[in-house]
Ligand binder design. Structure first.
Ligand code: NAD
Length: 508
Protein backbone atom coordinates (compact mmCIF):
# COMPACT_ATOMS: atom_id res chain seq x y z
CA UNK A 1 0.00 0.00 0.00
CA UNK A 2 1.48 3.38 -0.92
CA UNK A 3 1.01 6.64 0.79
CA UNK A 4 -1.32 9.20 -0.66
CA UNK A 5 0.18 12.61 -0.07
CA UNK A 6 -3.21 14.12 0.61
CA UNK A 7 -4.20 11.38 3.05
CA UNK A 8 -6.69 12.73 5.60
CA UNK A 9 -5.89 12.72 9.26
CA UNK A 10 -8.26 11.14 11.74
CA UNK A 11 -10.08 7.98 12.68
CA UNK A 12 -12.28 8.27 9.61
CA UNK A 13 -9.28 7.16 7.59
CA UNK A 14 -8.90 3.96 9.61
CA UNK A 15 -10.77 0.89 8.50
CA UNK A 16 -12.75 -0.80 11.24
CA UNK A 17 -12.47 -4.21 9.58
CA UNK A 18 -9.53 -5.22 11.71
CA UNK A 19 -11.50 -5.78 14.88
CA UNK A 20 -9.84 -8.74 16.54
CA UNK A 21 -6.14 -8.70 17.30
CA UNK A 22 -4.94 -11.79 15.53
CA UNK A 23 -3.03 -14.71 16.98
CA UNK A 24 -2.59 -16.14 13.49
CA UNK A 25 0.65 -18.05 13.14
CA UNK A 26 2.29 -15.43 10.91
CA UNK A 27 5.26 -13.13 11.09
CA UNK A 28 5.62 -9.98 8.98
CA UNK A 29 8.66 -9.90 6.68
CA UNK A 30 9.17 -7.18 4.08
CA UNK A 31 5.44 -6.57 3.63
CA UNK A 32 4.48 -10.27 3.54
CA UNK A 33 2.49 -12.11 6.20
CA UNK A 34 3.74 -15.68 6.33
CA UNK A 35 4.49 -18.51 8.70
CA UNK A 36 7.97 -18.33 10.21
CA UNK A 37 10.37 -21.19 9.70
CA UNK A 38 11.98 -20.97 13.14
CA UNK A 39 11.17 -22.80 16.37
CA UNK A 40 7.60 -22.74 17.69
CA UNK A 41 6.89 -20.24 20.46
CA UNK A 42 4.14 -21.36 22.85
CA UNK A 43 2.32 -18.41 24.36
CA UNK A 44 1.07 -19.22 27.84
CA UNK A 45 -1.53 -17.22 29.75
CA UNK A 46 0.37 -16.45 32.97
CA UNK A 47 -2.87 -16.31 34.97
CA UNK A 48 -3.76 -19.94 34.23
CA UNK A 49 -0.76 -21.68 32.72
CA UNK A 50 -2.82 -22.52 29.60
CA UNK A 51 -1.26 -22.31 26.14
CA UNK A 52 -3.45 -19.89 24.16
CA UNK A 53 -1.50 -19.60 20.89
CA UNK A 54 1.55 -20.86 19.05
CA UNK A 55 3.79 -19.00 16.65
CA UNK A 56 6.57 -20.18 14.36
CA UNK A 57 9.34 -17.70 15.04
CA UNK A 58 11.52 -15.89 12.52
CA UNK A 59 15.03 -17.06 11.67
CA UNK A 60 18.26 -15.12 11.15
CA UNK A 61 17.68 -15.63 7.41
CA UNK A 62 14.57 -13.44 7.61
CA UNK A 63 16.67 -10.51 8.78
CA UNK A 64 18.29 -9.95 5.37
CA UNK A 65 14.92 -10.17 3.62
CA UNK A 66 13.40 -7.67 6.02
CA UNK A 67 16.31 -5.23 5.75
CA UNK A 68 16.42 -5.36 1.94
CA UNK A 69 12.61 -5.14 1.85
CA UNK A 70 12.73 -2.07 4.07
CA UNK A 71 15.22 -0.36 1.77
CA UNK A 72 13.16 -1.27 -1.31
CA UNK A 73 9.93 -0.05 0.28
CA UNK A 74 11.58 3.22 1.31
CA UNK A 75 12.87 3.74 -2.24
CA UNK A 76 9.61 2.80 -3.94
CA UNK A 77 7.40 4.91 -1.69
CA UNK A 78 9.97 7.73 -1.53
CA UNK A 79 9.29 7.65 2.20
CA UNK A 80 12.30 9.74 3.12
CA UNK A 81 11.39 12.33 0.47
CA UNK A 82 7.82 12.71 1.62
CA UNK A 83 7.28 16.10 3.17
CA UNK A 84 7.17 15.99 6.97
CA UNK A 85 3.44 16.68 7.11
CA UNK A 86 2.84 13.80 4.70
CA UNK A 87 4.72 11.29 6.84
CA UNK A 88 3.04 12.82 9.89
CA UNK A 89 -0.39 12.12 8.38
CA UNK A 90 0.38 8.38 8.38
CA UNK A 91 1.66 8.51 11.95
CA UNK A 92 -1.51 10.29 13.10
CA UNK A 93 -3.54 7.55 11.49
CA UNK A 94 -1.49 4.82 13.19
CA UNK A 95 -2.07 6.54 16.54
CA UNK A 96 -5.77 6.75 15.86
CA UNK A 97 -5.87 3.10 14.73
CA UNK A 98 -4.28 2.05 18.03
CA UNK A 99 -6.88 4.05 19.93
CA UNK A 100 -9.71 2.59 17.84
CA UNK A 101 -8.54 -0.93 18.75
CA UNK A 102 -7.37 -0.21 22.30
CA UNK A 103 -9.88 -2.54 23.95
CA UNK A 104 -8.83 -5.53 21.85
CA UNK A 105 -5.13 -4.69 22.16
CA UNK A 106 -5.51 -4.48 25.91
CA UNK A 107 -7.32 -7.84 26.14
CA UNK A 108 -4.69 -9.64 24.05
CA UNK A 109 -1.85 -8.04 25.94
CA UNK A 110 -3.33 -9.01 29.30
CA UNK A 111 -3.59 -12.58 28.04
CA UNK A 112 -0.02 -12.59 26.79
CA UNK A 113 1.69 -10.79 29.68
CA UNK A 114 -0.71 -11.24 32.61
CA UNK A 115 -0.84 -7.48 33.26
CA UNK A 116 -4.06 -5.90 34.53
CA UNK A 117 -6.49 -4.60 31.94
CA UNK A 118 -6.14 -1.14 33.47
CA UNK A 119 -2.44 -1.21 32.76
CA UNK A 120 -2.62 -2.68 29.27
CA UNK A 121 -5.28 -0.15 28.36
CA UNK A 122 -2.97 2.61 29.57
CA UNK A 123 -0.10 1.18 27.51
CA UNK A 124 -2.27 1.21 24.38
CA UNK A 125 -3.28 4.83 25.04
CA UNK A 126 0.33 5.75 25.62
CA UNK A 127 1.38 4.15 22.32
CA UNK A 128 -1.38 6.01 20.45
CA UNK A 129 -0.33 9.28 22.08
CA UNK A 130 3.29 8.61 21.17
CA UNK A 131 2.47 8.27 17.46
CA UNK A 132 0.41 11.48 17.55
CA UNK A 133 3.01 13.44 19.52
CA UNK A 134 5.78 12.32 17.20
CA UNK A 135 3.62 13.28 14.20
CA UNK A 136 3.11 16.75 15.65
CA UNK A 137 6.80 17.09 16.51
CA UNK A 138 7.72 16.03 12.97
CA UNK A 139 5.51 18.71 11.46
CA UNK A 140 7.21 21.37 13.53
CA UNK A 141 10.83 20.21 13.29
CA UNK A 142 13.26 22.74 11.86
CA UNK A 143 16.72 22.55 10.36
CA UNK A 144 19.20 25.35 10.99
CA UNK A 145 20.83 28.07 8.98
CA UNK A 146 24.08 28.57 10.86
CA UNK A 147 25.98 31.90 11.12
CA UNK A 148 28.18 32.10 8.02
CA UNK A 149 31.80 33.30 8.01
CA UNK A 150 31.93 34.03 4.29
CA UNK A 151 29.74 34.67 1.29
CA UNK A 152 27.84 31.42 1.46
CA UNK A 153 24.78 29.99 3.13
CA UNK A 154 25.70 27.41 5.77
CA UNK A 155 23.11 24.93 6.93
CA UNK A 156 22.82 22.03 9.31
CA UNK A 157 20.22 19.56 8.10
CA UNK A 158 19.10 16.11 9.24
CA UNK A 159 18.62 13.01 7.10
CA UNK A 160 17.34 9.51 7.83
CA UNK A 161 19.86 6.80 8.70
CA UNK A 162 18.32 4.06 6.52
CA UNK A 163 17.13 0.91 8.32
CA UNK A 164 16.78 0.82 12.10
CA UNK A 165 16.97 -2.40 14.14
CA UNK A 166 14.59 -2.12 17.12
CA UNK A 167 14.86 -4.74 19.88
CA UNK A 168 12.34 -4.64 22.74
CA UNK A 169 11.58 -6.43 26.03
CA UNK A 170 8.38 -8.10 27.20
CA UNK A 171 7.33 -5.88 30.05
CA UNK A 172 5.48 -3.06 28.24
CA UNK A 173 4.69 -4.20 24.71
CA UNK A 174 3.23 -1.64 22.32
CA UNK A 175 4.41 1.29 24.44
CA UNK A 176 8.09 0.28 24.12
CA UNK A 177 7.64 -0.40 20.42
CA UNK A 178 5.87 2.90 19.80
CA UNK A 179 8.65 4.76 21.57
CA UNK A 180 11.09 3.46 18.94
CA UNK A 181 9.02 2.80 15.82
CA UNK A 182 7.20 6.17 15.75
CA UNK A 183 10.30 8.42 15.82
CA UNK A 184 12.30 6.07 13.58
CA UNK A 185 9.58 6.11 10.89
CA UNK A 186 9.01 9.83 11.39
CA UNK A 187 12.68 10.42 10.65
CA UNK A 188 12.22 8.73 7.25
CA UNK A 189 13.71 5.32 8.05
CA UNK A 190 12.53 1.74 7.58
CA UNK A 191 12.32 -0.32 10.80
CA UNK A 192 12.90 -4.00 11.51
CA UNK A 193 11.53 -4.86 14.93
CA UNK A 194 12.54 -7.89 17.04
CA UNK A 195 9.94 -8.33 19.77
CA UNK A 196 10.52 -10.65 22.74
CA UNK A 197 9.68 -14.36 22.57
CA UNK A 198 7.47 -14.07 25.66
CA UNK A 199 5.29 -11.32 24.20
CA UNK A 200 5.29 -11.25 20.38
CA UNK A 201 1.60 -10.72 19.61
CA UNK A 202 1.10 -7.02 20.10
CA UNK A 203 4.08 -6.12 17.92
CA UNK A 204 2.61 -8.20 15.11
CA UNK A 205 -0.74 -6.53 15.62
CA UNK A 206 0.90 -3.11 15.50
CA UNK A 207 2.21 -4.06 12.04
CA UNK A 208 -1.37 -4.85 10.93
CA UNK A 209 -2.51 -1.45 12.20
CA UNK A 210 0.37 0.24 10.37
CA UNK A 211 -0.80 -1.48 7.15
CA UNK A 212 -4.34 -0.32 7.78
CA UNK A 213 -3.16 3.22 8.36
CA UNK A 214 -1.38 3.35 5.00
CA UNK A 215 2.25 2.90 5.98
CA UNK A 216 3.98 1.67 2.80
CA UNK A 217 4.24 -2.12 3.06
CA UNK A 218 7.71 -3.40 3.77
CA UNK A 219 8.79 -0.30 5.63
CA UNK A 220 8.12 -2.05 8.94
CA UNK A 221 8.93 -5.73 9.53
CA UNK A 222 8.31 -7.71 12.73
CA UNK A 223 10.53 -10.72 13.39
CA UNK A 224 9.70 -12.44 16.68
CA UNK A 225 12.37 -14.92 17.72
CA UNK A 226 15.17 -15.60 20.15
CA UNK A 227 17.51 -12.73 20.93
CA UNK A 228 20.68 -14.76 20.59
CA UNK A 229 19.89 -15.72 16.99
CA UNK A 230 17.36 -13.37 15.39
CA UNK A 231 18.21 -10.36 17.58
CA UNK A 232 21.93 -10.92 17.11
CA UNK A 233 21.57 -11.25 13.31
CA UNK A 234 19.53 -8.06 13.22
CA UNK A 235 22.06 -6.04 15.20
CA UNK A 236 24.97 -7.36 13.13
CA UNK A 237 23.37 -6.96 9.70
CA UNK A 238 25.67 -4.65 7.71
CA UNK A 239 22.80 -2.50 6.45
CA UNK A 240 21.31 -1.83 9.88
CA UNK A 241 22.37 1.77 10.49
CA UNK A 242 21.30 2.10 14.11
CA UNK A 243 20.39 -0.26 16.95
CA UNK A 244 17.75 0.90 19.38
CA UNK A 245 17.38 -1.42 22.34
CA UNK A 246 15.36 -1.68 25.52
CA UNK A 247 16.11 -4.58 27.83
CA UNK A 248 18.57 -5.92 30.38
CA UNK A 249 21.99 -4.41 31.00
CA UNK A 250 23.96 -7.50 29.99
CA UNK A 251 22.19 -7.71 26.61
CA UNK A 252 22.68 -3.96 26.23
CA UNK A 253 26.39 -4.34 26.82
CA UNK A 254 26.58 -7.03 24.10
CA UNK A 255 24.73 -4.80 21.66
CA UNK A 256 26.95 -1.86 22.58
CA UNK A 257 29.94 -3.96 21.47
CA UNK A 258 28.19 -4.86 18.21
CA UNK A 259 27.49 -1.18 17.53
CA UNK A 260 31.09 -0.27 18.35
CA UNK A 261 32.40 -2.88 15.90
CA UNK A 262 30.16 -1.52 13.16
CA UNK A 263 30.67 2.12 14.22
CA UNK A 264 26.95 2.83 14.21
CA UNK A 265 24.85 4.72 16.75
CA UNK A 266 23.05 2.81 19.49
CA UNK A 267 20.42 3.75 22.05
CA UNK A 268 20.32 1.56 25.15
CA UNK A 269 17.48 1.72 27.69
CA UNK A 270 18.54 -0.77 30.37
CA UNK A 271 17.90 -2.03 33.87
CA UNK A 272 17.55 -0.27 37.19
CA UNK A 273 17.55 -0.62 40.96
CA UNK A 274 15.87 2.63 41.77
CA UNK A 275 15.93 4.23 45.22
CA UNK A 276 12.74 5.61 46.71
CA UNK A 277 13.43 7.94 49.60
CA UNK A 278 11.04 8.72 52.47
CA UNK A 279 12.16 11.66 54.58
CA UNK A 280 10.74 12.08 58.09
CA UNK A 281 8.92 15.26 57.06
CA UNK A 282 7.03 13.59 54.18
CA UNK A 283 3.26 13.37 54.01
CA UNK A 284 3.13 9.75 55.16
CA UNK A 285 -0.13 8.84 53.40
CA UNK A 286 1.13 10.21 50.11
CA UNK A 287 4.52 8.52 50.54
CA UNK A 288 2.94 5.19 51.44
CA UNK A 289 0.68 5.20 48.37
CA UNK A 290 3.60 6.24 46.15
CA UNK A 291 6.06 3.67 47.47
CA UNK A 292 3.49 0.87 47.08
CA UNK A 293 2.68 1.93 43.52
CA UNK A 294 6.34 2.43 42.67
CA UNK A 295 7.33 -1.13 43.46
CA UNK A 296 4.22 -3.29 43.26
CA UNK A 297 2.37 -1.93 40.20
CA UNK A 298 3.15 -4.03 37.10
CA UNK A 299 4.05 -6.69 39.69
CA UNK A 300 7.43 -4.98 39.96
CA UNK A 301 8.28 -5.87 36.34
CA UNK A 302 9.27 -2.36 35.53
CA UNK A 303 12.72 -0.94 34.79
CA UNK A 304 11.93 2.02 37.05
CA UNK A 305 10.47 -0.03 39.93
CA UNK A 306 11.31 1.67 43.23
CA UNK A 307 12.89 -1.48 44.62
CA UNK A 308 15.19 0.04 47.26
CA UNK A 309 13.09 1.94 49.80
CA UNK A 310 15.25 4.24 51.95
CA UNK A 311 13.45 5.52 55.06
CA UNK A 312 14.80 8.16 57.44
CA UNK A 313 15.62 6.54 60.78
CA UNK A 314 13.20 8.74 62.80
CA UNK A 315 10.17 7.30 60.98
CA UNK A 316 11.61 3.95 59.89
CA UNK A 317 9.63 1.65 62.25
CA UNK A 318 6.36 3.52 61.85
CA UNK A 319 6.61 3.69 58.05
CA UNK A 320 7.74 0.06 57.64
CA UNK A 321 4.80 -1.15 59.82
CA UNK A 322 2.35 0.73 57.61
CA UNK A 323 4.06 -0.42 54.41
CA UNK A 324 3.93 -4.07 55.49
CA UNK A 325 0.21 -3.88 56.45
CA UNK A 326 -0.62 -2.20 53.15
CA UNK A 327 1.43 -4.75 51.14
CA UNK A 328 -0.35 -7.61 52.90
CA UNK A 329 -3.68 -6.11 51.84
CA UNK A 330 -2.82 -5.79 48.15
CA UNK A 331 -5.15 -7.90 46.04
CA UNK A 332 -3.27 -10.46 43.96
CA UNK A 333 -5.25 -11.98 41.11
CA UNK A 334 -5.76 -12.27 37.38
CA UNK A 335 -5.28 -9.19 35.23
CA UNK A 336 -8.84 -9.56 33.95
CA UNK A 337 -10.33 -8.99 37.43
CA UNK A 338 -10.97 -5.24 37.90
CA UNK A 339 -10.16 -5.60 41.60
CA UNK A 340 -6.64 -6.94 41.00
CA UNK A 341 -3.71 -4.77 42.01
CA UNK A 342 -0.89 -7.28 41.59
CA UNK A 343 -1.26 -9.54 38.56
CA UNK A 344 0.81 -12.63 37.71
CA UNK A 345 4.36 -12.35 36.48
CA UNK A 346 5.12 -12.85 32.79
CA UNK A 347 5.95 -16.57 33.01
CA UNK A 348 6.22 -19.30 35.60
CA UNK A 349 9.98 -19.51 35.02
CA UNK A 350 10.38 -15.79 35.68
CA UNK A 351 8.29 -16.15 38.87
CA UNK A 352 10.60 -18.99 39.96
CA UNK A 353 13.62 -16.79 39.27
CA UNK A 354 12.16 -14.04 41.47
CA UNK A 355 11.43 -16.61 44.22
CA UNK A 356 15.00 -17.91 44.01
CA UNK A 357 16.39 -14.39 44.47
CA UNK A 358 14.23 -13.94 47.58
CA UNK A 359 15.39 -17.32 48.91
CA UNK A 360 18.99 -16.33 48.40
CA UNK A 361 18.36 -13.04 50.23
CA UNK A 362 16.87 -15.09 53.09
CA UNK A 363 20.02 -17.17 53.25
CA UNK A 364 22.03 -13.91 53.43
CA UNK A 365 20.00 -12.88 56.50
CA UNK A 366 17.00 -11.03 55.04
CA UNK A 367 13.94 -10.82 57.26
CA UNK A 368 10.80 -11.37 55.18
CA UNK A 369 8.26 -8.86 56.51
CA UNK A 370 5.60 -9.50 53.84
CA UNK A 371 5.07 -12.03 51.07
CA UNK A 372 8.02 -14.15 50.06
CA UNK A 373 5.91 -16.93 48.58
CA UNK A 374 3.73 -17.95 45.62
CA UNK A 375 0.07 -18.05 46.62
CA UNK A 376 -1.84 -21.33 46.37
CA UNK A 377 -5.57 -22.03 46.22
CA UNK A 378 -7.31 -20.55 43.18
CA UNK A 379 -4.05 -18.90 42.11
CA UNK A 380 -1.86 -22.00 42.30
CA UNK A 381 -1.75 -22.56 38.53
CA UNK A 382 -0.76 -18.98 37.67
CA UNK A 383 2.66 -17.30 37.79
CA UNK A 384 1.80 -15.34 40.95
CA UNK A 385 4.09 -14.05 43.67
CA UNK A 386 2.94 -12.16 46.76
CA UNK A 387 4.18 -8.56 47.19
CA UNK A 388 7.32 -9.01 49.23
CA UNK A 389 9.15 -6.73 51.65
CA UNK A 390 12.60 -7.60 52.93
CA UNK A 391 14.51 -5.97 55.79
CA UNK A 392 17.69 -6.55 57.76
CA UNK A 393 20.09 -6.24 54.82
CA UNK A 394 22.68 -3.66 53.94
CA UNK A 395 22.68 -1.90 50.58
CA UNK A 396 25.60 -4.11 49.52
CA UNK A 397 23.49 -7.30 49.62
CA UNK A 398 22.99 -8.94 46.23
CA UNK A 399 19.25 -8.26 46.23
CA UNK A 400 19.96 -4.54 46.77
CA UNK A 401 22.45 -4.44 43.92
CA UNK A 402 20.81 -6.66 41.27
CA UNK A 403 17.54 -6.13 39.49
CA UNK A 404 14.84 -8.61 40.58
CA UNK A 405 12.17 -7.47 38.10
CA UNK A 406 9.42 -8.69 40.39
CA UNK A 407 7.29 -7.49 43.34
CA UNK A 408 10.15 -7.34 45.84
CA UNK A 409 11.15 -4.27 47.88
CA UNK A 410 14.01 -3.98 50.35
CA UNK A 411 13.61 -1.43 53.16
CA UNK A 412 16.76 0.32 54.37
CA UNK A 413 17.15 3.02 57.06
CA UNK A 414 19.24 6.18 56.56
CA UNK A 415 20.53 8.77 59.01
CA UNK A 416 20.71 12.03 57.07
CA UNK A 417 20.96 13.47 53.54
CA UNK A 418 24.63 12.60 53.11
CA UNK A 419 24.11 9.03 54.27
CA UNK A 420 21.10 8.72 51.96
CA UNK A 421 22.92 10.04 48.89
CA UNK A 422 25.90 7.78 49.57
CA UNK A 423 23.72 4.66 49.80
CA UNK A 424 21.38 5.60 46.95
CA UNK A 425 24.30 6.18 44.59
CA UNK A 426 26.08 3.00 45.66
CA UNK A 427 24.71 1.10 42.67
CA UNK A 428 25.84 0.32 39.14
CA UNK A 429 22.44 1.58 37.96
CA UNK A 430 21.14 5.13 37.58
CA UNK A 431 17.70 4.95 36.05
CA UNK A 432 15.17 6.61 38.37
CA UNK A 433 14.55 7.80 41.92
CA UNK A 434 11.62 8.94 44.05
CA UNK A 435 11.80 11.49 46.86
CA UNK A 436 9.08 12.03 49.45
CA UNK A 437 9.46 15.16 51.58
CA UNK A 438 7.57 18.30 52.60
CA UNK A 439 10.68 20.45 52.17
CA UNK A 440 11.11 21.58 48.57
CA UNK A 441 14.70 22.74 49.10
CA UNK A 442 15.66 19.32 50.42
CA UNK A 443 13.81 17.72 47.50
CA UNK A 444 15.73 19.85 45.03
CA UNK A 445 19.11 19.20 46.68
CA UNK A 446 18.53 15.46 46.82
CA UNK A 447 17.17 15.28 43.27
CA UNK A 448 20.35 16.97 42.02
CA UNK A 449 22.66 14.70 44.03
CA UNK A 450 21.16 11.31 43.13
CA UNK A 451 22.54 9.66 39.97
CA UNK A 452 19.42 8.98 37.92
CA UNK A 453 17.95 9.81 34.54
CA UNK A 454 14.55 10.62 36.06
CA UNK A 455 13.66 11.82 39.57
CA UNK A 456 10.11 12.06 40.84
CA UNK A 457 9.36 14.33 43.80
CA UNK A 458 6.25 13.43 45.82
CA UNK A 459 5.04 11.32 42.92
CA UNK A 460 6.31 8.26 41.06
CA UNK A 461 6.11 6.50 37.68
CA UNK A 462 4.44 9.44 35.93
CA UNK A 463 5.38 9.80 32.28
CA UNK A 464 4.97 12.26 29.48
CA UNK A 465 6.05 11.52 25.92
CA UNK A 466 7.23 15.11 25.66
CA UNK A 467 9.75 14.62 28.49
CA UNK A 468 13.05 12.94 27.54
CA UNK A 469 13.83 9.57 29.18
CA UNK A 470 17.28 8.07 29.72
CA UNK A 471 19.42 6.22 32.20
CA UNK A 472 22.84 7.01 33.58
CA UNK A 473 25.64 4.58 34.50
CA UNK A 474 24.69 1.00 33.53
CA UNK A 475 21.05 1.98 33.05
CA UNK A 476 21.58 3.21 29.55
CA UNK A 477 23.04 5.31 26.82
CA UNK A 478 21.18 7.90 24.77
CA UNK A 479 17.75 9.41 25.20
CA UNK A 480 14.27 8.56 23.98
CA UNK A 481 11.07 10.62 23.85
CA UNK A 482 10.76 14.39 23.65
CA UNK A 483 11.03 16.53 20.51
CA UNK A 484 14.65 15.50 20.01
CA UNK A 485 13.65 11.81 19.95
CA UNK A 486 13.20 11.98 16.17
CA UNK A 487 16.69 13.46 15.74
CA UNK A 488 18.24 10.38 17.35
CA UNK A 489 17.12 8.42 14.26
CA UNK A 490 18.76 10.88 11.87
CA UNK A 491 22.26 11.84 10.88
CA UNK A 492 23.34 15.43 10.70
CA UNK A 493 24.73 16.91 7.50
CA UNK A 494 26.27 20.34 6.89
CA UNK A 495 25.79 22.09 3.56
CA UNK A 496 27.60 25.23 2.36
CA UNK A 497 26.00 26.98 -0.62
CA UNK A 498 28.09 29.62 -2.39
CA UNK A 499 26.38 32.99 -2.84
CA UNK A 500 29.30 34.88 -4.44
CA UNK A 501 29.35 33.33 -7.92
CA UNK A 502 33.16 33.83 -7.85
CA UNK A 503 36.00 31.29 -8.04
CA UNK A 504 37.70 30.63 -4.71
CA UNK A 505 40.59 33.21 -4.66
CA UNK A 506 43.30 30.61 -3.96
CA UNK A 507 42.78 29.02 -7.39
CA UNK A 508 43.47 32.27 -9.24
P1 NAD B 1 16.51 -8.98 27.71
O1 NAD B 1 17.72 -8.13 27.66
O2 NAD B 1 16.67 -10.39 28.10
O3 NAD B 1 15.78 -9.00 26.28
C1 NAD B 1 15.37 -7.82 25.63
C2 NAD B 1 15.29 -8.09 24.14
O4 NAD B 1 16.60 -8.37 23.66
C3 NAD B 1 14.44 -9.30 23.78
O5 NAD B 1 13.73 -9.06 22.59
C4 NAD B 1 15.50 -10.40 23.58
O6 NAD B 1 15.05 -11.45 22.75
C5 NAD B 1 16.61 -9.60 22.94
N1 NAD B 1 17.95 -10.18 23.07
C6 NAD B 1 18.42 -10.98 24.06
N2 NAD B 1 19.71 -11.31 23.82
C7 NAD B 1 20.07 -10.71 22.65
C8 NAD B 1 21.27 -10.65 21.88
N3 NAD B 1 22.37 -11.29 22.26
N4 NAD B 1 21.27 -9.92 20.75
C9 NAD B 1 20.18 -9.24 20.35
N5 NAD B 1 19.00 -9.27 21.04
C10 NAD B 1 18.95 -9.98 22.18
O7 NAD B 1 15.47 -8.23 28.66
P2 NAD B 1 14.01 -8.70 29.08
O8 NAD B 1 14.12 -9.79 30.11
O9 NAD B 1 13.19 -8.97 27.86
O10 NAD B 1 13.43 -7.37 29.74
C11 NAD B 1 13.67 -7.01 31.04
C12 NAD B 1 14.79 -5.99 31.13
O11 NAD B 1 14.47 -4.84 30.36
C13 NAD B 1 14.99 -5.47 32.53
O12 NAD B 1 16.36 -5.43 32.83
C14 NAD B 1 14.42 -4.07 32.50
O13 NAD B 1 14.95 -3.21 33.46
C15 NAD B 1 14.74 -3.66 31.11
N6 NAD B 1 13.88 -2.55 30.68
C16 NAD B 1 14.43 -1.30 30.57
C17 NAD B 1 13.63 -0.21 30.23
C18 NAD B 1 14.20 1.18 30.10
O14 NAD B 1 13.58 2.02 29.46
N7 NAD B 1 15.35 1.47 30.69
C19 NAD B 1 12.27 -0.40 29.97
C20 NAD B 1 11.75 -1.69 30.08
C21 NAD B 1 12.57 -2.77 30.43
Amino acid sequence: MTLSSAAPVGTAAVSTQLREPSTRDEIYVAGQWRQGSGAVIESVDPATGDVFATLHSATPGDVGTAVEGGLAAAAQSKWADQLPHERAAVLYRIGNAIDAHATEISALQTRNTGKTLTETRALASSAAATFRYIAAALETMEDEITPARGNYLSMSIHEPIGVIGAITPWNSPIASEAQKVAPALAAGNAVVSKPPVWAPWISLYLARLCDEAGLPRGLFSVLPGPGRTVGDALARHPKIGKITFTGGTSTGRTLGHVAADKIIPVTLELGGKSPTVVFADADMDQALAGVLYGIFSSSGQSCIAGSRVFIERAVYSEFVDRLVSAANELRVGPGTDPGTQVAPLITHSHRDHVASMVDEARSEGAVVLAGGYAPGGDLADGAYYRPTILAGLSNSARICQEEVFGPVAVVLPFEDEDDLVRQANDSVFGLAAGIWTGDYRKAWRTARRIDAGTVWINTYKQFSISTPFSGTKESGLGTEKGRDGIRSYMRQKSIYLDLSGQPIPWSR
